[in-house]
Ligand binder design. Sequence first.
Ligand code: GLU
Length: 487
Amino acid sequence: MTASPPRLRFAPSPTGFLHVGGARTALFNWLLARRTGGKFLLRVEDTDKARSTDDSTRAIFEGLEWLGLDWDEEVVFQGANLDRHRADAAKLLASGKAYRCFCTADEIAQRRAAAESAGGAFTYDRRCDKLDAAEIDRRVAAGSPFVLRFRVPDGETAWHDLVHERISFPNKDIDDFVILRSDATPIYNHAVVSDDIAMGITLVMRGDDHISNTPKQILLYEALGATLPQFAHLPMIHGTDGKKLSKRHGATAVGDYQHLGILAPAMVNFLALMGWSPGGDFEEVMTLDQLIHAFSSDGLLRKASVFDTKKLEWMNGQHLAKMPIAELESLVAPRFEKAGLATVAELAARRDWFHHLLEQLRVRSRLIDEIVAQAAPYFAESVTYDPEAVAKQWKDPAATLTLLTAVREALEAHAGWDPLLLEEMMRALAESKGVGAGKLLQPLRIALVGVSASPGIFDVMLILGRDRTIARIAAAERRLREMVAGA
Ligand code: GLU
């Protein structure tokens, strides 16, 4: 780690949504900046005008905002720095580190094809580097188009990567790469280095698909006389089949997970463990503050991480169960309204009741929408009986009817509505009928919510309240009578 607080950046190309890999890169940079008191900067790499869109830029901002990854200083738009990119390229030309190449794209393509058909790899043969000054002047004066190529020196380019330790490339394997096209626009590696220098970036942390760019970038830093940043290349993210994560594995855009009902803190927690570990025995479920506190580049892992949506859902369930109930309310209430269960205002008016309901349902849910789906029976006028649950739990309609009638009568005879008392009553009743408590409570559950999975039955009764509980048992009795009559 450098002595002064690091300056880190996330540099997405706005050519699509914020993908989970990009979000993970952003998160790691952000966590390290927040951990060390450094800066987290955002640079939109919009130099590819054909592929960059405002919609993508917006989607990236929204994705970062949703995750809570706020950035320092003004957003840098790479396209606005064209003059500096050109000036830096001119500096390299003036210092003899770059040269004009007049070979046309067609000529290069032909030579590449020839090299490849001869079974070799194409490398630029530096023919334009051998032109004499007068010839160059003549071509420039004649208006011949040219690109600027970086003259790769002999030797080797190596760095100490914070993830991979020492990485080195023999320079002979690096072609004299183009830095400025013939229309005077910069090539990616040149724009990135020019910007990273201007932004004072001290640690470049990005996906390891950029490893092959790094030697070229290091050579450019050196040629421009700039201090080298540190580099950290994060391992790829794979699907559960071990292949590079792609659309085939399901949603890859962060926004999709937001819409699926994943909580931002769960997404952040999950992404944080993709290529990083706090080490030792650790508690996987962490808040943002805990992550900031624990994060360090020492815990960066080298092996590819696996994006397992089952694990993400589990993680989400953990966060759902732990988050402050008022926060959960503001998150789910609009979804209740959208599902037509109750308006946000109605829910706020019965806040204690609603919180009780949420407490019961959140520990049984992994996604927000599962809370909404499970809540339906508590808002419905009447119960919709799940045929499978009925077939299983009301197998003997006549016997079930007798039991439920006894339950209703017992409840009607008592004014109290206390879960302990209810439990005592139901157990005593089951005993007096000579059946196990389950034999009574499971059919009762179908009567109250229509399905076989629900919170504890006494909590269900509490949430429904006395009148609705009794009315629902009476409705179940009517249905059972019809079943007995063979309807
Ligand atoms: N714009 C590049 C990308 O989206 C990242 C550049 C970098 O981090 O150096 O892959």
